[in-house]
Design a protein around this ligand. Sequence first.
Ligand code: ZN
Length: 393
Amino acid sequence: MRLVRSRQETRAAVLSYIWRKGGCFRTEIAENVGLTEASVSRIVAELRSEGILAETRQTAEYQGGPSAILTLSNNHKVGAIEVSNNRVHVGIADLAGEMLFSERFDLKDGASAQSVTQALDQSVSALAERASRTKSHLEYIGVSIPGYDPRTEINPIIALPPASILDRVRASFAEAPVEIANSVVARAIDQRLRLGVVDHRDDYLYVFVGHGVAAAVVNEHWGSGDVIACELGHMVVEAKGPRCRCGHSGCLEAYLSTSAIAPRLKIEEADLLALGDTWPQRVPLGEKISADLMGRLRKLGMAIGNALNLIPARRVFLGGWPANLGAEGHAALTAGIDSSLLGGASRVTLKFVQSELGREPASALSLATFAYLKCGAQPVAEEGRRSRIFATT
Ligand SMILES: [Zn+2]
């Protein structure tokens, strides 16, 4: 099957494939991105002349086999600002993902708009200063914000309106286009990069359980990789359940957020957050607590099953602390999915993905690279400077 695509889309398809593969032979591109070999040759020549792709010789795997490998060149850079619950991380990396600079700034959980603004200003200045000092031209800047939703003025997690965040980044980087997204979108893009190129071309659901519960649908139509954030954390799983911070009762987050779990573990929420998502291996779990956690994971499974009733995806990747509860956690989640998904859990592939915390600002850097490659790595015209919020609308 060949697709009719614009020049920008074909460039984007070739670049995204090479990015996810971490380098590849010319011969495999055509068949994997749905282009003719002639088109691939033309696009590769173009991208090489622009210095976006590099081709290096290496020993062929077999006699007469391909011997030149294509990679993203390391002279194009992207920048990132990643806000987490207690920090703001900034960084610069090349397109291949090598981090050239990173710095972090403290941000208190539940900080006021004023202190968020202060931390954000500090981090944006540090990024701008570093880019200028090293003469790094940033092709794109990725900004990852928990709770971010371009459709609403209120962010339940970070007390700063979306427009204000964007204005602050733009004030320091007049030239670079900015992609701003909810942190689950950035995480999903980063996780997909680490997943590499797989045979499946079907969409999947990505779920992350950390401070709260976040989910996104990843579109795999010809490797598109577009991500749509969806609201799983506030899906009501028990109408008479505990009160949630959103005002409803019995939301998934009322069972699985760190503020719901911490009292059960008899630990301060800040200490739980500090342990990261490996806490199930570091906090002693008695039989009773363990059973309680499994009950909560069944609720998460039930919510996932309900979500799968709405979308055609049958693959689920789950990151965050439940991934550290091993086979027992997996079984509880599957039982939950089985209790709500029409037809049961037997056709669902549920995979745990390992810890993504502690790698900041890797997700926001992946977001920036994804956004840059998605526009075909072409100089962005003035109208293109507006943020392309493709990911959350
Ligand atoms: Zn809620």
